[in-house]
Structure formats: structure tokens, C-alpha cells
Design a binder for this molecule. Structure first.
Ligand code: FE2
Length: 250
């Protein structure tokens, strides 16, 4: 049973699915690819509007799960968010309702464009200070991480987890991105592999097609760990030492 912890399948909330038809198409594709649980992770950046965000997200999740049951699709959707880390976080209210399946794990993203590297660690530290553990989404895609690779090691030392994206590992975003994604996955830095799907045709969630293009060092056992074992531990809110890195400071 695969779990996709990063997916923009909810309609009309961000740059993901535009309508319910696209949402259902993503759910059908998930089912065909062995994905049984999807965390809905719409982009979240306006820290002052948490209640509005959660209301809109939760209504859609409830509606969608009812619809999936009616249609007999073996997919369940749970709550999450892709939280954009910026200075507003220091003034933010409680972040815990934004975590993946109400666990301690918060999916976080930095800007894809180059940003001031000195802000990366304090922003993550703020997440820890609130009793949560950041999961850094697609570290392989940040220009700043390519320029300052020690940031990844520093975040790992702090106890952050990392999620690489299937299309990166498959080489769809270029050699440089693929190299870093594969390195992080194989050296034990990244525990999680997700689709970050936005639309059925553009950045979809046909996981088997991506996996077919993975380089051989990303073994089937590693794929099973990163798409099943590790995300299951997140959903069950297992402590950070449940992951590959051994004891984590938490
Ligand atoms: Fe995303």
C-alpha cells in the first residue's frame, strides 16, 4: 500500500487541480498506481488566514472522501499543507492543524528561486520550537541548496526529514536535480518519496511510470521504504527515530 504525502489534488485552492474532474482523475490514477492514502497538501503561505485555509481544505476533503466511497475507489484523503517558510512564520498562530494527518510532521517548502541562505535554518528552527518536525519538500529543486549544499546537512543535523519528488528521481527535471535527488535518497538523507502532483497531465501521480525511469541504485526495496514504510510512520506520528537516521534530537 503506497502513500503519497505530497499532492495538490484538491480543486480550486492553489495551482493544483482546477476542478473536481481533475481531482477525481488524480484519485483514479493514484488507485491504479497502488496509492491508497493521499495527504492533500495545498500551498499555504498566508499565516494570518489559517482558519479560512483549514475550513476550505477540510470541506473539500470530507466531500471528496464521501465521493470516493460512493464510487468504490480505494483511496483515502487526509489533511496536510505545503507550508511556505518565510518570515511571517515568526508571527504565525498555531501551526499544528496544518501538519500531515495531525501528526508532528509539517511539510515545508522554501522558495525555488535563490534566497538568502542565512534564513534557512532559523525558519526551520521556528518549526522545531513549536514542537513540530519539518519535512523539507523537494530539497533537490532549490537553487540555494545547490549553491550551499551544507544547508541540507545542517537541516538533517537539526532533525529535519526530507521528501524527494518522483519526477526528479526519474530525471524529468534535468540531470542536476536528478543527481541530488538520487544522492539524498540513497545516502539516507531523504526518507520520503512523493509525487507533488498538480494536474493529471502536468506533474501527475502515475508513480509506476516514474519508477520505471529511476536509476538502478534506487532499488525496489528503497522505493518500498520511501513510499510505504516511512510515510506510514509519518501518518502514525511515530517518533523521528523511526526513520533511517537512527536517534534524532527531538
Ligand atoms: Fe508541492
Amino acid at each position: 500500500m503506497r502513500i503519497d504525502l505530497h499532492c495538490h489534488l484538491l480543486w480550486g485552492l492553489d495551482d493544483g487541480a482546477d476542478n473536481l474532474e481533475e481531482t477525481l482523475s488524480l484519485c483514479e490514477s493514484a488507485a491504479q498506481n497502488g496509492i491508497r492514502v493521499i495527504a492533500a497538501t495545498p500551498h499555504y503561505a498566508n499565516y494570518a488566514k489559517t482558519d479560512d485555509f483549514l475550513y476550505a481544505r477540510n470541506r473539500r476533503i470530507a466531500q471528496l472522501n464521501t465521493l470516493l466511497k460512493t464510487r468504490g475507489l480505494p483511496v483515502h484523503v487526509c489533511g496536510g499543507a505545503e507550508v511556505f517558510l518565510h518570515n511571517g512564520i515568526f508571527e504565525a498562530n498555531d501551526l499544528s492543524p496544518l501538519t500531515l494527518n495531525r501528526s508532528r510532521y509539517l511539510l515545508c517548502e522554501y522558495a525555488l528561486q535563490p534566497f538568502d541562505p542565512s534564513i534557512a535554518l532559523p525558519l526551520a528552527e521556528e518549526v522545531f520550537d513549536r514542537g513540530l518536525v519539518p519535512i523539507i519538500a523537494h530539497p533537490e529543486r532549490y537553487a540555494t541548496f545547490h549553491q550551499h549544499p551544507s544547508l541540507i546537512a545542517d537541516l538533517a543535523d537539526m532533525g529535519a526529514l526530507f521528501q524527494v519528488t518522483a519526477d526528479s528521481v526519474a530525471g524529468r527535471l534535468g540531470k542536476k536535480v536528478q543527481r541530488l535527488a538520487v544522492e539524498l535518497l540513497t545516502d539516507g538523507t531523504a526518507d520520503l518519496l512523493a509525487t507533488d502532483a498538480h494536474h493529471p497531465e502536468i506533474r501527475g501521480n502515475a508513480l509506476d511510470a516514474f519508477i520505471a525511469d529511476f536509476p538502478p541504485e534506487v532499488t525496489p526495496e528503497l522505493v518500498t521504504y520511501a513510499t510505504q514504510t516511512a510515510p506510514q510512520a509519518v501518518l502514525e506520528n511515530k517518533p523521528p527515530d523511526a526513520f533511517r537516521h537512527g536517534p534524532w534530537a527531538f
